[in-house]
Design a protein around this ligand. Structure first.
Ligand SMILES: NC(=O)C1=CN([C@@H]2O[C@H](COP(=O)(O)OP(=O)(O)OC[C@H]3O[C@@H](n4cnc5c(N)ncnc54)[C@H](O)[C@@H]3O)[C@@H](O)[C@H]2O)C=CC1
Ligand SMILES: O=C(CO)COP(=O)(O)O
Length: 347
């Protein structure tokens, strides 16, 4: 049976996922807000602003009519920026099939409340069965996935049936999905790595080297894990695709908008200028605000996130931020996650 799928958000990643689905023989209705973009996709088979090198599959049909896009769909993928997530949920609620499986691929937080995207889904789609919700996340640059370059991700849901339904829907010879019941951990990994990628870009822009990059990635993962444990995530998840996997992909890739934004900031450009030039979403900037807020609410120590917050929003100089990080009190490498390791000193 041909599956009909709705993809909400026709940016880079929504379009890349639509391409995967069309390759699998699905009929894909892709929601785009701008008529001009709808026409370009349907008539030229391109989405040149977001994926300039890609010729789109004939099975993708773009539309700006949200109700028509959602009509009768058993599978819905939400791929908007986090800034548009709550509003979009409110807009889709009246048109969503009650039986639909709904997955989101958005990496970020609601900065007003610090909530994760799946928490917003539960809140805004309150009539829907939350066991039909899933999160799709992991190392997956749209630029590569849309060119059918091998990519692996994880789909997390509280219900195995839902996770496996998305696995069956999306798996191809070049796109491999794993499942995980840890919704909190997978979402946090995907959202928080963008902050560290900004920091790594920053360090590269300042002319630092591989030692600093490795330090930020490793210590970044420590603070991501620390917050995750506090919020009920499973530690092992952070060693998986949504944790260290996406951290590597984002901190070391020329595709990463977060890394590129950090690099430009490190070279002295202003935040407004960098965001304007990018023309695409840089989730790490909002995520820094969201994570800083959660860290304060929970009392979890997140020194790298705090340093990036101070540079981005409080005018601290990068040089002072680095000096502050390097000059912190001496600590045990695993001090903050001590309960997670069993190894102790011999004497
Ligand atoms: N680009 C990538 O490689 C990946 C992106 N993601 C995540 O997917 C989410 C979307 O990112 P991209 O597709 O890269 O963004 P993008 O910057 O390429 O495009 C954003 C798209 O969202 C649309 N949009 C903005 N407000 C909207 C609204 N209210 N309703 C519907 N659409 C709206 C824009 O018109 C645009 O088409 C982000 O959270 C990102 O972190 C996740 C995995 C990979
Ligand atoms: O999440 C991504 C890859 O997994 C994309 O990262 P950027 O948003 O930094 O481009």
């Amino acid at each position: 049976m041909t599956q009909e799928v709705a993809v909400i958000g026709a940016g880079s990643f929504g379009t890349a996922l639509a391409q995967v689905l069309a390759d699998k023989g699905c009929l894909v209705d892709l929601y785009a807000r701008r008529e001009e973009q709808v026409r370009e996709i349907n008539e030229n088979r391109t989405n040149s602003r977001y994926l300039p090198d890609v010729m789109l599959h004939a099975g993708i049909r773009a539309s700006s009519d949200l109700q028509a896009v959602l009509r009768g769909k058993r599978f819905v993928l939400l791929v908007m920026p986090s800034s548009a997530f709550r509003d979009t949920l409110q807009a889709i609620r009246p048109h969503l099939d009650p039986q639909a499986y709904v997955a989101h691929a958005t990496k970020g937080f609601d900065i007003e409340t610090g909530q994760r995207m799946s928490e917003l889904m539960e809140e805004e789609l309150y009539e829907h069965d939350r066991l039909k919700f899933a999160v799709l996340t992991g190392p997956s640059h749209a630029e590569e996935l849309s060119l059918r370059i091998p990519t692996t991700v994880v789909v997390a849901s509280r219900a195995r049936e839902t996770a496996e339904a998305f696995q069956d829907l999306l798996m191809t010879s070049y796109f491999r999905l794993y499942t995980n019941p840890d919704v909190v951990g997978t979402e946090l990994g995907g959202s928080l790595k963008n902050i560290i990628a900004l920091g790594v870009g920053f360090a590269d822009g300042l002319g630092f080297g591989d030692n600093a990059k490795a330090a930020l990635m490793t210590r970044g993962l420590t603070e991501i894990t620390r917050l995750g444990l506090q919020l009920g995530a499973a530690q092992l998840t952070f060693g998986g695709l949504s944790g260290v996997g996406d951290l590597i992909a984002t901190c070391t890739s020329k595709h990463s908008r977060n890394w590129r934004a950090g690099f430009a900031l490190g070279q002295g450009k202003s935040l407004d200028h960098v965001l304007h030039e990018m023309g695409m979403v840089v989730e790490g900037v909002r995520a820094t605000k969201g994570a800083y807020k959660i860290a304060q609410q929970t009392g979890v120590d997140m020194p790298i996130t705090t340093a990036i917050y101070q540079v981005l929003f409080e005018g601290k100089s990068p040089k002072t931020a680095v000096e502050d990080l390097m000059g912190r009190r001496r600590i045990h490498e695993m001090e903050e996650v001590a309960e997670a390791i069993s190894m102790d000193w011999e004497q």
